[in-house]
Design a protein around this ligand. Structure first.
Ligand code: NAP
Length: 238
C-alpha cells in the first residue's frame, strides 16, 4: 500500500464493546441509605448473600445495627452519614418525602461516590397509586441536581421488597433497568444487579428518561393488586 492509499482509507472503527462485558464489582462496599425499610433491607440481604460487603444506613445507628444483625451475612449498620462515607456505591432507599432532605444533608459524604437512586415518587388515593412529577423531572434527576460531585445513576425501581426479603426464594426473576450518564458507572450498577441470582442489569438510558421508569411502579402496583402478585419486569430480545 502506498502512502496515498493509506490516506484514502476511512479511519478504522474500534470494535463495538460487548454490552454484557461488565466489570468485576465483588470488592466494592455497598451502602444503603434508609436501609432499615423493606426495600433497603431486601437489597442489602440479596447483595450480601451474593458476597458483597454491605452497610445498612439509618437516621439512627442503633436501628441500622439491629437490622444488620437480623439479616446476617456480614452486613453492618451505621448512621446514614457513616454509611455514605465508608461505601463505594450508595443506594438511596428512603421514601420520596425524605429524598431531597436526606441527600442535601449528605452532599459532602456522597462526593465522588457512585449513587444509585431507587426512589419512586408516587402518590396514593382511592384509585390506587399514581406517579408524581418532581420539579427536576424525576427522583434521579433531583439527586443529580443536589449531588453535583457524585456519580448519580438510577436502578432497582421495579423490585418487590417482599420477594427480596424472603429467605425461601433463591432467585429473583426480574431485570433491573439501569440509567445514568456515564457508561462505566452504569456498568458497575448492572454488574451489581447481575450478582443477584435471577437478575440482569440492563442499560435503559440517561437520567432524563428516569421519570418513566420510576412511574411504571404505579402500574406494577395495579398489577400486584389485581393478580395478588409481586410482579417484576423482563426485557425481551436482549
Ligand atoms: N418497597 C418496595 O417494594 C420498593 C421497591 C422499589 C423501590 N422502592 C423505593 O425504595 C424506597 C424505600 O422504600 P421502603 O418501602 O423501604 O420505604 P420506607 O420503609 O418507608 O423507608 C425506608 C427507610 O427510610 C427511612 N426514612 C423514613 N422516613 C424518612 C425521611 N423522611 N427521611 C429520611 N429517611 C427516612 C427509615 O429508616 P430510619 O428511620 O431507620 O432512618 C425507613 O426505614 C422508596 O423511595 C420506594 O419508592 C420501594
Amino acid at each position: 500500500m502506498t502512502s496515498t492509499d493509506s490516506a484514502q482509507q476511512p479511519p478504522k472503527k474500534a470494535p463495538a464493546k460487548d454490552p454484557w462485558d461488565l466489570p468485576d464489582v465483588s470488592g466494592l462496599v455497598v451502602g444503603v441509605l434508609g436501609g432499615t425499610g423493606p426495600q433497603g433491607k431486601g437489597l442489602a440481604y440479596r447483595l450480601a448473600k451474593a458476597g458483597q460487603k454491605v452497610i445498612i444506613g439509618s437516621r439512627a445507628a442503633e436501628r441500622a445495627q439491629a437490622a444488620a444483625e437480623e439479616l446476617g451475612h456480614g452486613i453492618e449498620g451505621a448512621d446514614n452519614a457513616e454509611t455514605a462515607r465508608r461505601s463505594d456505591v450508595v443506594i438511596v432507599a428512603v421514601p420520596w418525602d425524605g429524598h431531597a432532605k436526606t441527600l442535601e444533608s449528605l452532599r459532602e459524604e456522597l462526593a465522588g461516590k457512585l449513587v444509585v437512586d431507587c426512589v419512586n415518587p408516587l402518590g396514593f388515593d382511592k384509585q390506587g397509586a399514581y406517579a408524581l412529577k418532581p420539579e427536576e423531572g424525576s427522583a434521579a434527576q433531583q439527586a443529580a441536581a443536589l449531588l453535583p460531585d457524585s456519580r448519580v445513576t438510577a436502578a432497582f425501581h421495579h423490585l418487590s421488597a417482599v420477594l427480596l426479603q424472603d429467605p425461601g426464594i433463591d432467585e429473583i426473576d426480574t431485570d433491573v433497568m439501569v440509567l445514568g450518564e456515564v457508561r462505566a458507572d452504569v456498568e458497575i450498577v448492572q454488574a451489581l444487579a447481575g450478582r443477584i441470582p435471577g437478575m440482569r442489569g440492563i442499560f435503559a438510558g440517561r437520567l432524563r428518561n428516569a421519570h418513566q421508569v420510576e412511574s411504571l411502579v404505579a402500574n406494577l402496583i395495579s398489577v400486584n393488586r389485581r393478580y395478588k402478585a409481586h410482579a417484576g419486569l423482563r426485557v425481551t430480545d436482549v
